[in-house]
Design a protein around this ligand. Sequence first.
Ligand code: PMP
Length: 395
Amino acid sequence: MSIDFQNYLSTTAKGLEPSGIRKFFDLAASMEDVISLGVGEPDFVTPWNIREAAIEALKDGHTSYTANAGLLELRQEISKYLKRNFQTSYQPEDQVIVTVGASQSLDLAFRAILNPGDEVLIIEPAFVSYTALVTLAGGVPIRIATYAENDFKVTPKQLEAAITDRTKAILLCSPSNPTGSCLNRAELTEIAQVVDKHDLLVVTDEIYAELSYDEEFTSFAAIPGMYDRTILINGFSKGFAMTGWRLGFLAAPREFIQVMVKIYQFTTMCAPTMLQLGALEALRNSTEQVEKMRQHYWRRRNFMVQSLRKIGLDCHTPGGAFYVFPSIQKTGLTSEQFAARLLQEEKVAVVPGNAFGDSGEGYIRCSYAASIEQLEIAMQRIGRFVKSLETTQEN
Ligand code: PMP
């Protein structure tokens, strides 16, 4: 008897929308001479001393499991790092978990706090995984649209309007993927007042914290009164150029951590041991390299914003991460049409803004995690493409 595979699949899993980013990646990968501004990962290789530490760990035979929450030594370093850089205080013994990427921290956080039907406010344009992870954990993602006029920042009024008696948490991401927008202390404090008033939690994705250019980064957990309401997520992927290592971490009140460790021990056991030993080196001895990479991104950010404006595309100045999010509305194309034609006609891969939610329509995400030489060529090509559209419009 033949099987109808669809009958055996989970309705929730089947219902997930495929990531709009992957589609363009796959298309770009099948073409030659493409400059990709599509990827969300550093173009730098992990600093050598960090790689060497992991190699040494393997050579020394560190091939067993660690504690579920991760090597205590690494949690101690994470705790110091959070204190030193973000003025937040977490006990390494029972308030920190080392996870398989920030992705898994997000998954754990939602699984630990959500009951079926609980709502999580997601500020869009947003990282593609958020709505899927909330849905998989049984929650309901509630999307709040933000716009370039307000630098893609959510206002307390918008949050108030979206809150219901089912709202459990707000997900914050600053600096943001895809807009690069950053929430400063004053803005976070305003959000905190809403959180407090409605007795909510905040899951704060601070994976781009190291890549802030204009204002000092503020962690949501450091806002007075918010410590007990915050699950803080960060990791090594972006600032330390360690995406392939799949190492992240989360810090939270111990009551949350206890439940998350329980889930983690059944689903994953622990993050890879030899890589955790490499990450120790990242936190101990890479401040200078991280700062050097930040300087590169900062210069590229300035170049990208200037070039896009010269081309005639409106572009807000992103305060962090490694993305610019210019408007392509004046071209009359949808963001998907723009991205598809730019790839075909000029061989530059960008991500259409609608991949990050409806309010991303009319924008494209360009990553500047590429060499300045590549960015220069990409900007020439984008300039030529936009000009060709203007000429066609005139005709
Ligand atoms: N959060 C955001 C906002 C991201 O952009 C990404 C990666 N693109 C992640 C989380 C996941 O990071 P990791 O590689 O640590 O899983």
